[in-house]
Design a protein around this ligand. Structure first.
Ligand SMILES: Cc1cc2nc3c(=O)[nH]c(=O)nc-3n(C[C@H](O)[C@H](O)[C@H](O)COP(=O)(O)OP(=O)(O)OC[C@H]3O[C@@H](n4cnc5c(N)ncnc54)[C@H](O)[C@@H]3O)c2cc1C
Length: 562
């Protein structure tokens, strides 16, 4: 195998080498590319995901896609616009319905969100779409960046951190010569079995192997085509169907709203899952549906539910890690891919600032300080949701046509109607992540709002997402924010913003003052000035613009290391 040292061809130079073209790596390439940072992304797969994988793009992720200008493109993917996105719990897919959460369709979402308030005061609603479709949009966006070189079918084979740069070897898997690469940084966005993390010897912390009736143990995943699914299902159409039954536990999501589905079924602990055949999968699907049905199997694989793992470290020297490489979820709540995207959002502007000389290398230390607590928080929420559904035991008489059966279904309905709202109505999880203990956040003495999964309290207390509002002209407040640093000047007589403009210029920061005189916004932010980071986090708020230089130094990591 070629090594960085032995190759005769001079190494290819780039600023950031990204290993992995899943959601984390692609999003990072977009964040870097739009800032003109050169990056080489390699992924060993021939292309983006074939399997559906994640199925929920949370509202905060959609807000980031909106910030980058492609939320509508993502919302157009997956189900037809008018397809229901409800989540239904049933005794079998075509059995007796026990609970349902009704949610807006993709066509309704942009209008519905304009009329929501409180916990759901936001620019975007979530979107139910398979990750495979999101990845297509992300790849197109990444490839549109002039400074991003995106290569599928290429594997990271080795790397070395010399202290002053990264020397690596990448190789095309379809044949061809290995390529030596010299980069300033390497980002391992290379998934759960991360080669980069394992080479660094970074281990996992947290819990694994949790056993539950459901979402804890061996699972079989089947990507399938079932043209008869809707026609032979007497129940009202949904997007996701969850089987709660004393005999088996399973769920299925519509991939294209027509005939493609992602089916997952819990297997017994002692099941020989490696020996499962397509005939077994057909049989299991028929049992979950309630009757045998013709299906075409597109792929099948087994996976393990019951992880809540976070890596010990997210950085070692010039190597940073993001996404599944540093956090492994049980997919309840749909947080793995979304947390991976937010890692990239957090890291992108910081790498750009360092590489473009706007901040010292030490700024990157804030990545782990900010993202590891979030990974612990989010894996914790996913574990709670998994306990909520997975420890619920279906009564033996649940499907019986008898008074005892009716009574069991009433109990299950009551419980599952509560559960579905706990797991799928999660504005607090998606909007409420905070970086209160980050050295980049200038605390103002106010108390952050409580962290709760199912409710979100908008607050401009530094460290969290800026409160959202729709403006009188119909725009989202977020659409008026600058792509880098924004100083919001609110109310009819905000303080003079000149000190911020001068300090930003002196520090080389791209800051724009955005003025909104509506008194409601000054009230919402509880201050006339609020400084918003490039990743749309409130870094500081107040009224004393004379603090500008000290504030901007701190929030951009230009203070000397402590
Ligand atoms: C059944 C199931 C359902 C899920 N549902 C949800 C959900 O609803 N919501 C949610 O948020 N998450 C969900 N997830 C999790 C989600 O799929 C992952 O969290 C997400 O894919 C992580 O993105 P990533 O970019 O970090 O890693 P990946 O998507 O795993 O991407 C890593 C990439 O690195 C590449 N790679 C690996 N090694 C190398 C190498 N040496 N060189 C080059 N390339 C390499 C791989 O080919 C891969 O493409 C689900 C997962 C499962 C299994």
């Amino acid at each position: 195998m070629a090594t960085a040292k032995s190759s005769r061809v001079p190494p290819m130079q780039t600023e950031v080498l990204i290993a992995g073209g899943g959601p984390c790596g692609l999003m990072l390439a977009i964040e870097l590319g739009r800032r003109g940072v050169h990056c080489l992304l390699v992924d060993q797969k021939p292309g983006t995901a074939f399997n559906p994988q994640a199925n929920a793009t949370q509202a905060r992720t959609m807000e980031h896609f909106r910030r980058l200008g492609f939320a509508n493109q993502v919302r157009a993917q997956g189900l037809p616009p008018e397809h229901p996105t409800d989540i239904a719990y049933l005794t079998r897919f075509a059995g007796i319905e026990l609970a349902r959460l009704r949610l807006p369709t993709a066509a309704q979402a942009p209008q519905v969100i304009k009329n929501l308030s409180g916990s759901w005061s936001a620019a975007e609603l979530p979107h139910r779409v398979s990750q495979k479709f999101v990845e297509l949009v992300l790849r197109e966006q990444a490839q549109a960046q002039a400074s991003a070189d995106v290569r599928y079918g290429w594997q990271l084979k080795e790397f070395q951190d010399t202290g002053s740069d990264i020397e690596a070897v990448v190789q095309p898997l379809e044949g061809g010569s290995a390529l030596s690469v010299r980069a300033s940084y390497l980002v391992g966005a290379d998934g759960a079995r991360s080669f980069v993390r394992s080479q660094l010897g970074i281990g996992w912390e947290g819990s694994s192997g949790t056993k539950r009736h459901f979402m804890g143990g061996k699972m079989l995943a089947v990507y399938l085509r079932a043209p008869g699914f809707y026609a032979r299902n007497p129940n009202e159409r949904a997007w996701m169907y969850v089987v709660v039954n004393p005999e088996l536990r399973a769920f299925i999501m519509s991939v294209n709203g027509q005939d493609e589905f992602a089916f997952h079924i819990q297997m017994a602990d002692d099941a020989a899952t490696e020996a499962l055949t397509e005939a077994d999968a057909r049989h299991l699907f028929g049992r979950a549906f309630g009757q045998a049905m013709e299906i075409e199997i597109l792929s099948m694989a087994t996976w393990l539910a019951g992880h809540a793992l976070v890596a010990e470290k997210f950085q070692q020297g010039r190597v940073l890690l993001g996404g599944d490489a540093v956090h492994l979820f049980t997919p309840t709540g749909g947080l793995g891919y979304n947390t991976a995207v937010e890692d990239a959002v957090n890291l992108g502007w910081k790498l750009a600032h360092v590489l473009q000389g706007r901040a010292p290398h030490t700024l990157l230390e804030s990545y782990e300080l900010e993202r590891k607590p979030l990974a612990l928080r989010n894996t914790g929420y996913a574990r709670q949701f998994a306990d909520s559904i997975g420890l619920f035991a279906a009564a033996p008489e649940l499907e019986e046509d008898s008074p005892a059966g009716a009574q069991a279904r009433a109990v299950a309905s009551d419980y599952l109607n509560g559960h579905v709202r706990r797991e799928f109505n999660i504005p607090g999880v998606t909007f409420g992540g905070r970086y209160d203990h980050s050295p980049l956040i200038v605390a103002d003495g106010s108390t952050p709002p409580p962290d709760a999964a199912n409710s979100y309290t908008a607050s401009a207390c530094p460290g969290g997402r800026p409160p959202h509002a729709w403006l009188a002209d119909g725009r989202s407040l977020f659409d008026t924010l600058h792509s880098e640093w924004t100083l919001l000047a609110l109310g009819s007589e905000p303080p003079d913003t000149k000190p911020f403009e001068l300090a930003a210029r002196a520090l080389g920061l791209d800051l724009r003052v955005v003025r909104h005189d509506a008194p409601t916004l000054a009230t919402l932010y509880e201050a006339p000035l609020a400084l918003i980071r490039p990743d749309q986090i409130v870094a500081w708020r107040g009224s004393d613009a004379q603090l500008a230089l000290a504030v901007l130094r701190q929030v951009s990591g230009q203070l000397p290391p402590r």
